[in-house]
Design a protein around this ligand. Structure first.
Ligand SMILES: NC(=O)c1ccc[n+]([C@@H]2O[C@H](COP(=O)([O-])OP(=O)(O)OC[C@H]3O[C@@H](n4cnc5c(N)ncnc54)[C@H](O)[C@@H]3O)[C@@H](O)[C@H]2O)c1
Ligand SMILES: [Zn+2]
Ligand SMILES: [Zn+2]
Length: 361
């Protein structure tokens, strides 16, 4: 029997979000229904609401979640009812050319539930990143459910489902930050701070946090930044060079997603260094750089999809490090809120008041 639950939808471009009754079908083959316990508010949800990702309104928002598997469809063997899971938005296929080359974190054919969740009048919803977890329950592909130790708090575990994983992965997987490296992180929200945590975990010698908001820089320091630069008042390229013996950082992680911050990242890195773009740009943005500088400065210009993570490998590992006290994921949770507070949380995110607001059920 299809179930009725409450969920947060974005009805149209820039319209306020609202709580609506959502119809959840029974799980079909390869699908699972998950009872959501917590879901973080990520900047990408705001991008969806603003129409900056695509036009497929109405969206069922929320994609940074943990919960308990309630039921599974035919043929599902990887998870069972009662399992505590983090939802991932890149369920790898195992069969595409990337997977077959042994690089499943690049999977080109990740999958979601085949059936659609709807409003009561039958309007089909587009779940954010194929998840839609600002809802009491959601329908996903079973491969989107990654089992982790149920001892970890859901509001902490859920963050690994997007922003924190993307940031840590941008540093350790995409940027290959290593012992003794110098790193600069531009944009210290949830994703940028996670890149700082990842860089520290990897043994970076110097971690320079760059943001336009002093409050964000203060938090960045508690996350492991060794130096901070307010790029509203100081030229960040000059500042990073000065802090790195005049050369630039080995790895610069851009966690804003704008052409001007990308240019800063490009010029703030040392020769043959690496730029990692983990911030997500909007469709109209363009980048212009002297091609000679692209050639002459060498190194690697990479983007980081989901921190190039492999959920089955990385989620349990990071939960374990959190439980050992070697990383503090709880520090990312600024506040826990109710389902009706998502619009307000977007406002607080926009004002820079929070790292993560987390909806708890
Ligand atoms: N690649 C991925 O897989 C992935 C996953 C999750 C989020 N993201 C993207 O990462 C970006 C950051 O997400 P978030 O949730 O951390 O957002 P956030 O709103 O929490 O943080 C953004 C930070 O950037 C700072 N900032 C804004 N403009 C700046 C500028 N010009 N210079 C320096 N700092 C600036 C803000 O002060 C804020 O601290 C977004 O673009 C989001 O869509 C990417
Ligand atoms: Zn694949
Ligand atoms: Zn996200």
């Amino acid at each position: 029997m299809p179930q009725h639950v409450q969920g947060v939808i974005a009805p149209g471009r820039n319209e306020p979000v609202r709580v609506e009754t959502i119809v959840i079908p029974d799980p079909g083959p390869g699908e699972a229904v998950v009872k959501i316990q917590a879901c973080g508010v990520c900047h990408t949800d705001l991008h969806y609401k603003q129409g900056a990702i695509n036009d497929e309104f109405p969206f069922l928002l929320g994609h940074e979640a943990a919960g308990i598997v309630e039921s599974v469809g035919e043929g599902v063997t990887d998870v069972e009812p009662g399992d505590f899971v983090i939802l991932n938005w890149r369920a790898v296929c195992g069969q595409c050319r990337a997977c077959l080359r042994g690089r499943p974190w690049y999977c080109f054919d990740t999958h979601n539930a085949k059936q659609r969740m709807t409003l009561l009048d039958g309007t089909e919803l587009s779940p954010a990143l194929g998840i839609g977890a600002f809802a009491e329950k959601t329908l996903v592909a079973s491969g989107q459910c990654t089992k982790v130790d149920p001892a970890v708090a859901p509001e902490v575990a859920g963050l690994l489902g997007c922003g924190v994983m993307a940031g840590i992965g941008a540093a350790i997987n995409t940027g290959n930050v290593g012992r003794g490296d110098t790193v600069a992180v531009i944009g210290c929200g949830g994703v940028g701070d996670a890149a700082i945590v990842g860089s520290r975990l990897a043994g970076a010698a110097k971690i320079i946090a760059v943001d336009i908001d002093d409050r964000k820089l203060e938090t960045a320091r508690t996350m492991g930044a060794t130096h901070t630069v307010n790029s509203r008042s100081t030229d960040p390229v000059e500042a990073v060079r000065e802090l790195t013996g005049g050369f630039g950082a080995d790895v610069v992680i851009e966690a804003v997603g704008r052409p001007e911050t990308y240019r800063q990242a490009f010029y703030a890195r040392d020769l043959a260094g690496t730029v990692v773009l983990v911030g997500v740009p909007t469709p109209e943005m363009k980048l212009e750089l002297p091609l000679l500088d692209v050639f002459g400065r060498g190194g690697a210009l990479k983007s980081s999809w989901y921190g190039d993570c492999l959920p089955s490998r990385d989620f349990p590992m990071l939960v374990d490090l959190h439980q050992q006290g070697r990383i503090d994921l709880a520090a990312f949770v600024t506040e826990t809120i109710g389902l009706g507070d998502v619009e307000k949380a977007f406002g607080r995110m926009h004002e820079g008041d929070v790292l993560r607001s987390v909806v708890v059920f």
